[in-house]
Design a binder for this molecule. Structure first.
Ligand code: PXG
Length: 445
């Protein structure tokens, strides 16, 4: 097997051409490629041999840091022992063990359905929600309520409940029967808030208006990210999630938390549900479940949901849903080893312990040119820049390029910088990250 340790040079343009890159400006990228060839702990190595500090845990997924030996070895061992086992009507030990370990992280939840990505987890949760109501004799409950600026992956379910215009506008009529809550982002009231902003809890009451419009008897579920990630780290106002929970309870509507980003320690707790003390009915996860090593997603179901399906003839399939790779042995091995690392190294607690230092570093950017908001929670941060008039996204993208050139990986969305480092980081990494970012911001056009 050929190892990819050699540089891919920009001059071999045809080598790059065949790959239709996801969520990437393909022509711009292929003219000036940015290529990682290896990674270790907090750093990537580029094809020209430079070290880049990972400020984004890959794409919000490498929570334990890169190429951790325990995880790598577990994957290697598994693929050499049982490479694949049929997912339907057959089992293998790893899937049962991982599900059992996962539910122990989250009191009140007792079943896990495995998928291969966050998008599939969202689709699965939506299907489970509709089928659950049907199993309970309420088959009319088919509508979903998402939220503006929500990101729930790219399946038709996810883009339908999602609230990002450009993810929706090219793809036709989407799912019918979807409505959206207003987003909670408001710089006028909440700019430079520390922790959860004070203003905005009453925005949850918009759910009452939407319920009145469609009638509760037609609504299956409300789906939100507890902290919106992709659209720029939007932290829920104090009391907001609690109000959503209360209104869902009042009308028998399921509440789905999409924790693809907030799960597995990002906020300094296992899940945002635990962090905020608000328990949804279904939780979608992915990314950090395997530390980004092997694709995997999952849906957690709270007590009572699985049981509602366990009726009728014992030989009848209760849920007509699943993927060839649901609970893939290699993903399960990666997941088990990842949970071991999280637990042995106390990484969720570590995120909590570092969050104050992190928060101070984030807010130290206030006052620098173009910075119109800084916000953070746990080990995640959003830094919002003023857009260049008539050129939205240009300023933040330039910031991304300059950071990359100087050895720091950040993520930008619109003109917002999102940071979400591996939870193994140390204070000196935080100093380095924000020192470099401050320098870049000072010089930015
Ligand atoms: N839900 C949420 C909340 C997500 O953040 C998905 C679902 C979809 O997961 P998959 O595994 O299907 O990609 C996500 C994914 C970014 C970025 O930097 C965010 C995601 C993926 C890639 C980039 O904004 N989130």
């Amino acid at each position: 097997m050929q190892e990819l340790t050699h540089p891919i040079s920009a001059s071999t343009r045809t080598d790059l051409e065949a790959f239709w890159m996801p969520f990437t400006a393909n022509r711009q990228f292929k003219a000036n490629p940015r290529i990682f060839v290896s990674a270790k702990d907090m750093h990537y190595t580029t094809d020209d041999g430079r070290q880049v500090l990972d400020g984004t845990a890959g794409l919000w997924c490498v929570n334990a840091g890169h190429c951790r030996p325990q995880i790598v070895e577990a994957i290697q061992k598994q693929v050499a022992t049982l490479d694949y086992a049929p997912a339907f009507q057959m089992g293998h030990p790893g899937a049962f063990e991982l599900a059992d370990r996962l539910v122990k992280l989250l009191p009140g939840f007792d079943h896990v359905f495995f998928t291969n990505s966050g998008s599939e987890a969202v689709d699965s949760a939506m299907k489970i929600a509709i089928a659950y109501h049907r199993a309970c004799g309420q088959g009319m409950r088919q509508r979903f309520i998402g939220r503006e600026r929500g990101y729930h992956g790219v399946g038709f379910g996810g883009i339908s409940v999602g609230g990002i215009g450009s993810n929706r506008k090219f793809f036709g009529s989407l799912l019918t029967g979807v409505d959206h809550l207003p987003h909670t982002h408001n710089l006028e009231h909440n700019a430079f808030s520390r922790g959860q902003p004070e203003w905005g809890a009453p925005l949850a009451d918009e759910l009452e208006r939407i319920v009145a419009l469609h009638d509760a008897s037609n609504i299956a579920a409300v789906i939100v990210e507890p902290v919106a990630g992709s659209t720029g780290v939007l932290i829920p106002p104090k009391g907001y999630l609690e109000r959503l929970r209360k209104i869902c309870d009042k009308y028998g509507i399921l509440l789905i938390f999409d924790e693809v980003i907030t799960g597995f320690g990002r906020l300094g707790a296992s899940f945002a549900a635990e962090y905020f003390g608000v328990m949804p009915d279904l939780i979608t996860v992915a990314k950090g479940i395997t530390n980004g090593t092997v694709p995997m997603g999952a849906v957690f179901a709270r007590q009572g949901i699985y049981e509602a399906f366990m009726q009728g003839a014992e030989n009848a399939i209760e849920l007509f849903h699943g993927y060839t790779y649901s609970g893939h042995p290699v993903a399960c091995a990666a997941g088990l080893a990842t949970l071991d690392v999280y637990q042995q190294e106390g990484l969720f607690q570590r995120a909590r312990d570092l969050s104050e230092y992190w928060e101070n570093a984030v807010h130290s950017l206030k006052g620098l040119p173009h910075v119109i908001d800084t916000r953070s929670l746990g080990l995640v941060a959003g830094i919002e820049l003023e857009s260049i008039s008539g050129k939205p996204t240009a300023r933040a993208f330039e910031c991304f390029l300059r950071c990359y050139q100087r050895g720091l990986l950040i993520r930008t969305t619109g003109d917002i910088i999102a940071l979400s480092p591996p939870l193994m980081l140390e204070k000196h990494h935080i100093d380095q990250m924000f020192g470099l970012l401050a320098d870049v911001l000072r010089d930015l056009p």
